[in-house]
Design a protein around this ligand. Structure first.
Ligand SMILES: C[S@@+](CC[C@H](N)C(=O)[O-])C[C@H]1O[C@@H](n2cnc3c(N)ncnc32)[C@H](O)[C@@H]1O
Length: 809
């Protein structure tokens, strides 16, 4: 990108940078003409879009090399590395490659199955054996491995079948004898045990049985444009929206860890695309839905019919059991190809990327997402033939979704134009004349990119990390084996939800958006009165950042100035979050620095906007101040001189020297940061702890008691205390941090639930029965945000509940 940008001459750069939606086609076409005559551009595009020589094409020698490495790791017992090598080998192995008369992919599945069994991933091992047998039904080693894993799963009947078949297929006499002796042992086990049947169906992807029962309507307001509003009173935790993405793509950093279709974490037996080396999927279902070029394995071997008769007789003889009579059906069930192919109307999102070219890996996620939207539109056009050209195929996006082209910074405009032209060239390899490359099509993709910018949602997953005292730390304070849970949200994908994009943002949202698989779900987090707008947070919230930081983020990321209530009305959180303590330590007032005050001043002006001579207004203001707690930190009805200069306490008017306060705070933070580094390295010395403890005392005298700084420092101490095994202190610091967060976010915010996960796990480790209350409270908040999906989105909740019950018993 930088290379291409640097080649654009200044006059053209200026023209593109200052273009508006009206003169966009002219700017696009001028830039396109320039690039088409540029050799470097042609070379870059050729590299990105080349199919046969692309980096993502299957590659037999790379696969063999990785297989070899995997074998070496396996031989020396390094199963984790062996597993990774076999998975990478499967990713690049062509489906028709053979090695010693055996299909290479089948061999790799069997090798990986052996590792998975060693690592005790039994169901994953079973699935890999099935995959090998679906390619080559007469593969003795695959039947053998299947038999062995079925023994581990105590599925003895299947194990008898599998090993008998393996013995029948095995060519060497020695091999046959070995299997026979193993069979004898299994037969004994079979006779002694009652056989259970292990279900090996793939994961159920149905996400929600709960229907959406409320009616919403689209409303328009002058400051936010269209938005959604309720048509009736809606109780809290009500499901208000559920939607599948129009288009979705995985984020780069999750390509190796999450399924490229459903975005759930990959299991140990992840499967690759059959014809390129880009995606990994968790199941055949997801692979089928995403769709590649669907190459089947040409070496498919089936078992000859004649084998069945002898084999059935043999099994009947060794088992003396009439129950083994449908061998043919058994084999058919296992060896049947279980790739799931959706109906003919289904549009495959990965198909156009699956040609070996590496542009889908190299270009940024939002550009790949734009590619998926264009591809879906073209495929849709094939189904509905009366849509004429690109204007037609992108008609929904061009006319229905808002965009920010006029507001985006000049540099970003140039980047969008270059990406649009590059993307068009890459997509043309799949769509030829269906996708003309000209100024009109390029400008439409530029608009599409800016629509993605303001309308796409980040798909997130909740992740809980456990940490406890380091082994080497001499724990002489408590004997508790603390295992503390930390919850974090990680971004895994980016998607466009067409109806979901009508919801506006608020920094004090009344709906919560979350994802199951790739499905978007929205729920009210409190009671919503009829006619009220329903708004979610696009990222920043009151309590998380102060107002100026939220405004900046929304302008930078989404190109709009937030008009929500959190950014236009005074609230206690914005006043205290980055506030200094009053010099009079007995005073609870806040002292604001210049940057915060400038932003708050605007809101404070609105606060005083009511005419001076209005007799009822001041009382109203007082009521409001005391009701939301503002009165305890700022006396906004008093003299307005406080509002003019930074450094004065908003309650008593005392002056604080902010320059020296900033310097003292920076110094104190050096020691807290040192403690954070020590936590990361899990090496906490008493000297580091002591210095940080002194600094915490200093911070408490510098910052306001409800400030984020103090909350963060308390949280750091909670973690450190946990690691050194001082659970009493960990609990107290965790409680202190929660108290501050309650002031910043409110009592029932999801952030409080995340902190309660920490607190309750500390309490559980201490055997403290108060953990039951903490867990009930966090479960109630989770219920409010996730309703019936609370356990599904956060399975750790069940674990906590179980342990709390044990404690009560
Ligand atoms: C995903 S769209 C929401 C629907 C949009 N209002 C429309 O008419 O299509 C995001 C855009 O809505 C507007 N918007 C959303 N929340 C806003 C807010 N809190 N303040 C101002 N504008 C907002 C901005 O123009 C933003 O770029």
């Amino acid at each position: 990108m930088e290379k291409l940008k640097s080649l654009v001459p200044n006059n053209l750069r200026r023209m593109v940078a200052h273009s508006t939606p009206d003169d966009l086609p002219f700017a696009s076409s001028s830039l396109l003409d320039f690039f088409l005559n540029l050799l470097q551009f042609q070379q870059i595009v050729r590299d990105l879009a080349a199919q046969e020589s692309g980096l993502c094409v299957k590659n037999i020698s790379a696969a063999l090399e990785l297989k070899q490495k995997g074998n070496q790791y396996y031989a020396c017992g390094d199963y984790a590395h062996a597993l990774s090598c076999y998975t990478q080998a499967l990713r690049v192995a062509p489906s028709d490659a053979n090695e010693m008369d055996r299909n290479l992919v089948a061999t790799l599945y069997v090798n990986r199955a052996s590792v998975l069994q060693k690592m005790d991933h039994l169901m994953e091992c079973l699935r890999d054996c099935n995959r090998a047998l679906q390619i080559s039904a007469s593969y003795a080693k695959a039947w053998y491995r299947r038999g062995k894993v079925n023994v581990s799963l105590k599925n003895y009947k299947d194990a008898v079948y599998d090993l008998s078949i393996a013995k029948n297929m095995e060519l060497s006499l020695g091999g046959k004898r070995q299997i026979e002796s193993e069979l004898k042992i299994i037969l004994d086990q079979y006779k002694r045990a009652s056989n259970k049947v292990v279900q090996h169906t793939e994961s159920n992807l149905k996400v929600s049985e709960e229907p959406v029962q409320v009616k919403l309507r689209c409303v328009t307001s002058p400051d936010k444009g269209r938005g959604m509003a309720s048509q009736c009173d809606i109780p809290e935790a009500t499901l208000v929206h559920i939607e599948e993405p129009y288009a979705m793509t995985i984020l780069k950093q999750c390509r190796e860890t999450h399924c490229h279709y459903c975005l759930n974490e990959l299991p140990a037996d992840a499967i690759p695309c059959t014809s390129c080396s880009i995606p990994l999927y968790c199941s055949h279902h997801c692979r089928g839905q995403a769709g590649g070029q669907f190459k089947s394995h040409p070496m498919k071997h089936n078992i000859k019919e004649s084998h069945f008769n002898n084999l059935e007789e043999y099994i009947a003889r060794i088992t003396l059991d009439n129950d083994f009579n449908n061998l043919e059906e058994y084999i058919a069930q296992i060896t049947l190809d279980n790739d799931f192919y959706p109906d003919v109307e289904h549009i495959f999102e990965h198909k156009h990327e699956c040609q070996g070219a590496h542009w889908p890996v190299v270009l940024p996620s939002d550009i790949v997402l734009a590619g998926r939207i264009v591809a879906k539109s073209i495929e849709g056009k094939r189904v509905c033939k009366d849509v004429p050209n690109l204007t037609g195929i992108l008609v929904y996006f061009l006319s229905e979704l808002s965009h920010s082209y006029s507001q985006i910074p000049p540099e970003s405009k140039l980047e969008s134009h270059i990406y649009a032209i590059v993307l068009l060239h890459c997509l043309q390899h799949s769509y030829g004349s269906e996708l003309p490359i000209n100024g009109a099509s390029a400008s439409q993709i530029v608009i599409l990119i800016s629509q993605i910018r303001v309308n796409s949602l980040a798909i997130v997953r909740m992740k809980s990390n456990d940490y406890g005292p380091s082994d080497q730390f001499d724990n002489n304070i408590s004997s508790g084996s603390a295992l503390i849970s930390n919850v974090e949200q990680i971004r895994v994908g980016q998607a466009i939800y067409t109806a979901g994009s009508l919801y506006n943002h608020s920094c004090q949202p009344n709906i919560h958006a979350y994802f199951l698989s790739r499905t978007l779900i929205m729920r009210t987090t409190g009671f919503v009165a009829s006619g009220c707008p329903l708004e979610l947070s696009y990222g920043p919230q009151v309590g998380q950042w102060d107002c100026k930081d939220r405004l900046k983020f929304l302008e930078d990321e989404y190109c709009f100035r937030c008009q929500c209530s959190g950014c236009s009305k005074v609230n206690i959180s914005d006043l205290v979050i980055n506030a200094f303590h009053c010099v009079d330590l007995k005073c609870s007032g806040v002292v604001l620095d210049n940057s915060v005050l400038n932003c708050e001043k605007q809101k404070l002006k609105n606060f005083f906007a009511i005419p001076e001579d209005s007799s009822s207004a001041p009382n109203l203001q007082v009521c409001r101040c005391s009701s939301d707690g503002i009165g305890s930190v700022a006396n906004l009805e008093a003299k307005r001189t406080y509002l003019v200069d930074p450094g004065y306490c908003l309650k008593c008017g005392s002056y604080r020297d902010l320059a020296s306060s900033h310097a003292a705070a920076d110094e104190a933070w050096i020691y807290i940061k040192r403690l954070q580094d020590a936590i990361f390295l899990k090496e906490i010395s008493s000297a580091v702890l002591l210095d940080a403890s002194r600094s915490l005392g200093q911070l408490r005298s510098i910052f306001h008691a409800y400030s984020k700084s103090i909350a963060e420092a308390e949280d750091t101490f909670a973690q450190a205390s946990c690691l050194v095994g001082d659970l009493h202190s960990a609990r107290d610091h965790c409680k202190a941090s929660i108290e501050i967060l309650e002031k910043l976010y409110g009592h029932n915010h999801i952030v409080i639930a995340y902190e309660l996960v920490k607190l309750s796990s500390i309490q559980l480790s201490m055997g403290d029965k108060n953990s039951v209350d903490s867990i009930s409270r966090l479960a109630a908040i989770f219920l409010r945000y996730y309703g019936t999906h609370a356990d599904k989105t956060f399975p750790h909740l069940q674990f906590l509940r179980r342990h709390a019950l044990k404690l009560v018993d």
